[in-house]
Structures are given as structure tokens and as C-alpha cells.
Design a protein around this ligand. Structure first.
Ligand code: SAM
Length: 282
């Protein structure tokens, strides 16, 4: 280890890299990669291209699902000795549908410092341009492929009152949209393709419309599916009041409001405010 004042603090740096456009690399990511003792790569050949583009000459070693358990103890030992280690994946942010979680967990458990070097991630890039509500979202990653497991996975998600974000591959796109429409209802959705690359495209439509469209005209490239939240029910005021009055006989205000929100599809805050009034009146 050197006494270089520019040397990054020892620790594990979880470093985001571009998801297509090389210019989405951050200054800080380049600086940390240059200053590190070692870069752990999902695929060393892929990271070699990035390093060549930015003049990074740091030693690289593989860290992926197949060798992680074997090499982790050695990495932890280096961290304990004060090494500066960078973790990158092939594209985007490590740990987001990519390796790294167990290493971060183990590094923290061992008392090593872990620093995020934030940057691109396809999920956030898709969300911020899709035009779906962004106040609450649920990142679902890749849905299971086997129909039984996928049905269970999607049924659980069907009640989540938030925008849903899925990763998918082009060959499975049409089938995946069909399954989403079957289990989530025919919601509005956006297929974000090749984000930040030459053929970037955002396709919008209902899940079933797009399932048919992509079955007829398959596309290539990398894909994120953004699904709008379930439509809120149009319960009228009398219906909400009846529900709340009934619920307030046995429940606290907060629980009655939550039950009304779940049962009638109204906002939890609105139901809470109304429940307070009814409680005071009653
Ligand atoms: N760690 C990455 C991130 O932060 O986005 C994700 C890695 S995951 C193995 C790869 C998946 O991310 C692809 O199958 C696709 O669903 C999505 N993805 C990555 N780059 C993309 C891009 N440029 N456009 C659309 N989707 C992309």
C-alpha cells in the first residue's frame, strides 16, 4: 500500500458503469477505478473495454456467480489488509440483478468500509423516462421463467400499489407481456429498449396490446418493462363512509383507513382523514 494522498480510502467500492452509452461513466467511477488495487469484474473481457476507453490500468480479476464463494475469503483478507477494491458488473449498478450482495454483506460483517459509487441502472433510467407514476415503485427484477413459479410471483405483485419494474430479454418479451397481462390485469405499460444506445426506444400500450404487437414483430436488444400501478377504484363517498363506520366499530382509525384503502382502492391518507372525522362525529 502507498502513502499517496490521492489514494482512495481502503474499502470496497461498489461502482456503477454505463448501460450502453460509454459517456455515462462518472468522473468519480474513473478516479476510483484508476486508484484501486484491484477491480473485481463480472466478465473481465467486458470490463477491459471500459478500462481501455478510460485509461484504467488497474489489475482485474473475475467475481461472478460461479467463483464468488471460492474467491470471497481472499477478497475479505485483502480488504482487512487495507486494500482498495472496486466491484463492477458488465453494465449498470452491481447487485441490481447482478452479483455482489454476498460480498457487500460479508465485507460489512467483517468490518470493512463499503462505499457506493452511483451511476447508471437500467431500472431507474427506464422509470424516469417512461411516464409511469414514479412516487412509489417496486423493482421486481427478472420474473421466474417456469409458468408455475411465475404465476405465484406475479400474483403476489398484483396487489402492490406502485409502478412495477421488470427486467426481461428480447426473446421472452411477448410471452412475458402476456403473462403480466394475465396476472396483473391489462394495465398500461412501457417497454424500454436499448436505453442510452443507438436504437433506444420506449413503446407504450396496454400489456395485452403490446404482447400481440411483439409476438407479431419480435424485437432485439435489452429490455425493461415498466407497468403502471393498478387503477384506483371509483368508490363513492357514501360507500367509503359506510365502510369506515362499520370498520371503526372494531378497529382503530389507522387500521380502519388501511382496510378501506385496500378494499375500496382509495388513498390511505384520504381514508385516514375521513375516518378521523367520522370518529369525532360518532
Ligand atoms: N445491473 C444492471 C443495472 O443496474 O441495470 C442490470 C443487469 S441485468 C443482468 C441485465 C438486464 O438489465 C437486461 O436483461 C435488461 O433487462 C436490463 N438492461 C441492462 N441494460 C439495458 C439497456 N441499455 N436498456 C434496457 N434494458 C437494459
Amino acid at each position: 500500500m502507498t502513502d499517496d494522498p490521492l489514494r482512495p480510502e481502503p474499502g470496497l467500492y461498489v461502482t456503477a458503469t454505463p448501460i450502453g452509452n460509454l459517456k455515462d461513466m462518472t468522473y468519480r467511477a474513473v478516479e476510483i477505478m484508476k486508484g484501486a488495487d484491484l477491480i473485481l469484474c463480472e466478465d473481465t473481457r467486458q470490463t477491459a473495454k471500459l478500462c481501455a476507453a478510460y485509461g484504467v490500468e488497474t489489475r482485474r480479476a473475475p467475481y461472478h456467480d460461479h467463483n464468488a464463494a471460492r474467491v470471497r475469503p481472499g477478497i475479505l483478507k485483502q480488504l482487512a489488509e487495507g486494500a482498495v477494491i472496486c466491484l463492477v458488473s458488465d453494465a449498470g449498478t452491481p447487485l441490481i440483478s447482478d452479483p455482489g450482495y454476498k460480498l457487500v454483506r460479508a465485507a460489512r460483517d467483517a468490518g470493512a468500509a463499503v462505499f457506493p459509487i452511483p451511476g447508471a441502472s437500467a431500472a431507474i433510467a427506464a422509470l424516469c423516462a417512461a411516464g409511469a407514476p414514479s412516487d412509489q415503485f417496486h423493482f421486481a427484477g427478472f420474473a421466474p421463467q417456469k409458468p408455475g413459479a411465475r404465476a405465484k410471483f406475479l400474483e403476489k405483485l398484483s396487489t402492490v400499489d406502485a409502478t412495477l419494474i421488470f427486467y426481461e430479454t428480447a426473446p421472452r418479451l411477448a410471452e412475458s407481456l402476456r403473462a403480466l397481462s394475465e396476472h396483473l390485469g391489462d394495465r398500461k405499460a412501457v417497454v424500454a429498449r436499448e436505453i442510452t444506445k443507438m436504437h433506444e426506444a420506449f413503446h407504450e400500450g396496454s400489456l395485452s396490446e403490446m404482447a400481440a404487437r411483439f409476438a407479431d414483430a419480435p424485437v432485439k436488444g435489452e429490455i425493461v418493462i415498466v407497468v403502471h400501478p393498478p387503477e384506483r377504484g371509483e368508490a363513492d363517498e357514501a360507500e367509503i363512509d359506510d365502510f369506515l363506520k362499520n370498520a371503526l366499530q372494531t378497529m382503530r382509525v389507522r387500521d380502519a383507513a388501511a382496510a378501506a384503502a385496500d378494499a375500496l382502492g382509495v388513498s390511505r391518507n384520504d381514508a385516514y382523514a375521513r375516518a378521523l372525522v367520522l370518529k369525532d362525529d360518532g
